[in-house]
Write a protein that binds this ligand. Sequence first.
Ligand code: ADP
Ligand code: MG
Length: 701
Amino acid sequence: MSYFKKDKRNCKKGWKIPVEICYNMQEGSDRVAELKDVKGIGPKSLALLNKINIYTVEDLVTHYPFRYEILERNNLQEVEDGEKIVIDGRVESIPILMRFKAGLNKMNFRLVTPSGVVGVSIFNRAFLKSQLVVGTGVTVIGKLDKKKNVITAADIKLETLSNKVKIEPVYHATSGLTNKNISTYINMALLQFGREIPDYIPEEYMERYNFSNKKTSLNLIHNPSTQQKLKEVTIRLKYEELFAFMFKINYLKLENKKKKQGLERKIDKEKLQEFIKSLPFELTNDQQKAVNEIVEDLEASHRMNRLLQGDVGSGKTIVAFLAMLANHLSGFQSALMAPTEILATQHFHNLENFLQNNQNKENSNIKIALLTGSTSKKDKQKIYEELKNGTISMVVGTHALIQEEVEYHNLGLVITDEQHRFGVHQRANLQNKGKKPDVLYMSATPIPRTYALTIFGDMDVSTIKERPKGRQKIDTVVKKNSEIKDVLEMMYKELKQNHQVYVIAPLIEESENSDLATVCQLRDQMKLAFKDRYKIDIVHGKMASAAKDMIMQQFSENKIQILISTTVIEVGVDVPNATTMVIFDADRFGLSTLHQLRGRVGRGESKSQCILVSDSDASRLKIMEQVDDGFKISEEDFKLRGHGDLFGTKQSGDMAFKIANIRLDYKILLQAKKDSKEYLLNKETDNDPLKIKLIESITKG
Ligand code: ADP
Ligand code: MG
């Protein structure tokens, strides 16, 4: 990066070359302009700018206003006594300057405006005196004292009387660094180095959309002349940011297809179909489509990098199992990784059933294993051995699967369930096991279209929208704590029909300052309410996993009727006989989490219900009553809480846009996606310096 070159010889003191030209003339020098080269930025302001994450000239000029103040002019008659006034006029008298102690000063002059003559006072702006020449057009912003007919000005802008509306940028600032300072630095930087700021839009698109050049656009975004202009350049700068971003995503996707040659394999699709036919239910169209897409990827020469997303209960697990079977049929090992032991254990048992249920007995010879943190040392050693020599064909587990000791004979497929719960690093680790395994990610958090495009933009996506047949809508109601009797009665009604109930409490221990319901407290209350009629037990995150598993097992066998837990059961657990979900302090959860929790019920044939208990009248929870589409809910969640709730914090950093907002600017995003792909694929532009630079920034960073 050497955009800001400067030839010192031309910049010697005494030369009357404007700074701007001075900085632009220079070829062949290697000095890059730094923030401290901006006139007016000394060590102190440099430190302050660093504090708000501004380190380079480019950072500075792309420190966009977060909003604008629209100063509409008014006249002397319109404004009430003591109210704010913004008025244009001409200086009528030579300003009189008064100096006080401690360097303070005050200046008075008369201003002629179309609505009359008025006095103006301004404090501590002695430096303006020389510019306030009689006859100069200015805009005065301040408070009008009607009796004295004087404006106490907060600011005076030196400009001619032009637009009725003045648009003022407002920046994120920090103490010691005012809005005005920032604005001044930005404008100086633009003046000195404006032409050197890199532009990420290729020329052909600049022409196609008739965009202004980068410098002009930056000038206008920081000093908009009209709202129309502001709108135009905002779109242009958003487009630029999204173009560069989508170029990166498209590039990664292309490289993945091109470079990482996948495994060569042939899958016996007839056998697979035969197996599908023998399942106790028919696959939904979406499930079948997902299976086809995965099988196609497995066979293709590129490496699969696919996200399988579907609402809770949409039946992703079976699709994953079929993928593992297909992988097995082509002679490779599969690993399925789940975020919790409970879930891994459940997947393991389901996989066992899945393979056994088939009439085609040869599948029951497939060797499978469960590997978690609580697998005994002895068992672990054996599993490691059998994974290495290839005896085990499918392994299910937690992140124990990616520990160093684990070696695979020929790992061909890696699946991670609820993938957003795994850190990026863990995911990469798993992908690197084996030579070039195909990778499938599963997520039950439906990702709003816009996010799928960006965060997972480098992946292919299979989506399951359709629910398995016979599923009924889960009735959701919001109840107050004072209506606990209703809640208990609703629970009782279900329990009497031999159904089971989940109860969710957000905290494990009672802390002094917390009035949150706690697991133990809830258990005692439930015991009081239901006496010995039903067995009540608890699971929580701090429990040993063997104990957790035991309780989950008992619950799934209906040996426990009311299971009280923290959100550890949030993901994946499947007990079709459980028909009621009660969530205390529901307002503490994000909508997506609530939807996940709700998805634990409604898995069987019986009508299910979800009761949200909350005293705060959050209208948020009302959304849960009305909407049962996980995609819509995640959109809503996203509007209300941003994406932090949808994904681990690690991913949020990827989404740090300076001016674009991928939700609001979705249309621009789509266009940028299309254009950047076209640009990437266009061989004629391969020697384009911009293209080279864009690719460099991806491969380096
Ligand atoms: P999720 O997508 O939340 O992981 P699961 O895979 O756990 O959902 O599936 C939920 C339940 O639906 C399981 O009990 C599963 O056996 C069942 N199921 C999956 N697909 C179908 C289908 N096509 N028809 C009927 N039931 C199905
Ligand atoms: Mg699942």
